[in-house]
Design a protein around this ligand. Sequence first.
Ligand code: DGP
Length: 114
Amino acid sequence: MEDCLFCKIASGQIPSDKVHEDEQFVAFRDINPQAPIHILIIPRRHIERLTDLGPAEAELIGQMTLLANKIAQDQGIVAGGFRTVFNCGEGAGQSVWHIHMHLLGGRPMHWPPG
Ligand code: DGP
């Protein structure tokens, strides 16, 4: 998608602090971190929102979750606990229309989230 910020980050057109990249996914530090570790995991494929996923994406979303586990391990936030979040829709706070999993850790997490 030509006008998508996260497609441009995935392709390297826009710089980011990447912590992982492979054929399917890119993970990079959030520009406005809400925790000491705040990483966004995105598929390279442009998918606007969580509700655009169907059975064909079951493998992709499973791999994304496994990758979140691996990055949490690499970042040393497993023992202290970490959180993953997908915001879906404006009402939930989604502001970039390319699905992304937030991975947050490095501080105590509170519930309910705001
Ligand atoms: P959401 O509100 O769930 O759509 O999250 C979008 C996140 O993307 C938000 O936490 C800030 C982050 N973000 C926005 N623009 C950029 C950018 O140019 N670079 C990086 N690294 N993160 C960005």
